[in-house]
Design a protein around this ligand. Sequence first.
Ligand SMILES: COc1ccc(OC)c(-c2cc(C(C)=O)n3cccnc23)c1
Length: 121
Amino acid sequence: CVLRKIAERTPLQRLLEHLLRSMEKRDPQQFFAWPVTDNIAPGYSQIITNPMDFSTIKQKIDDGNYQNLNEFINDFKLMCSNATTYNHQDTIYYKAAKKLLHVGLKMVTPEKLRQLRSVLT
Ligand SMILES: COc1ccc(OC)c(-c2cc(C(C)=O)n3cccnc23)c1
């Protein structure tokens, strides 16, 4: 029989999956869960050249695409800045992105990472 190769997780993948789950919890309306389409956001693909969303980040974690925490954080920041670029300040999406960025970056302070390291390793 063919031995099923279980998806072994590297320590980095385990850290990134934990952070992703925590960040997704702060997006209950799931505005950042999936790629933004031109249908729901007219002209989006013309304005935003590097789209990013949580599902794409998840796929990149699973594919072992992130070499380190900073590459993951950069995609998180890109996702939030796309929303503050496309949406006007007085929209729920702009405000949600500002809050999400703030909360997400607080999760990756040196102190938070130290606490996590003891839990995850
Ligand atoms: C109203 O319900 C949804 C559902 C999913 C969305 O994006 C995945 C969005 C959404 C998410 C965004 C963002 C993130 O810019 N957006 C911008 C304009 C119009 N809609 C959106 C809204």
